[in-house]
Design a protein around this ligand. Sequence first.
Ligand code: AMP
Length: 183
Amino acid sequence: MCIKSVCVYCGARAGALPAYAKAARAFGAALAENGMRLVYGAGDVGLMGEVARAAQAAGGETFGVIPGHLEQREVGKSDLTTYVVTETMHERKKVMLWNADAIVVLPGGAGSLDELFEALTWRQLGLHAKPIVILNTEGYWDTLRVLLDQVVAQGFAGQDTADCLIWVETPAAAIAALRETDC
Ligand code: AMP
């Protein structure tokens, strides 16, 4: 297994269904149980808090990155194994991505979409080759899939862009996808 550090993008809110938090907790614990470090936005709110607390409780290593101006709003989780405070959002995204071997996207809002699309476009441009896994809990990201299919069908991206994403439905399948990755 070559994936040792996983960047998780997910909501600073918990979302409408309890299933989102449940899957976030299961995934955080599974990362720890599989010896994979969690890299994330260092907040203790919403799904971000759920995944981080579960990883910590299972004895996992955690690496959080938060801009100083969000420490209060997103309740900076300073008891992580490593807690990095950046000046800007751009720096945060860069430090997160560059300290991970793979990316997993849980349900989230505009921030998670921004982070996903940066990772996807950078991969499309050949700036990295990290696998990007979409954990599609309760079909939350189904409409994203439809949107990407439309982008490809209408000639604004190649199929290779859509193919960068690995779609899974459960935390266990996300871990299996990470473990199967060739590095
Ligand atoms: P959301 O999915 O909207 O709940 O946001 C998830 C996380 O993404 C939160 O920690 C936000 O602060 C963060 N975020 C939102 N926009 C950006 C951005 N442009 N760059 C870096 N992080 C962001």
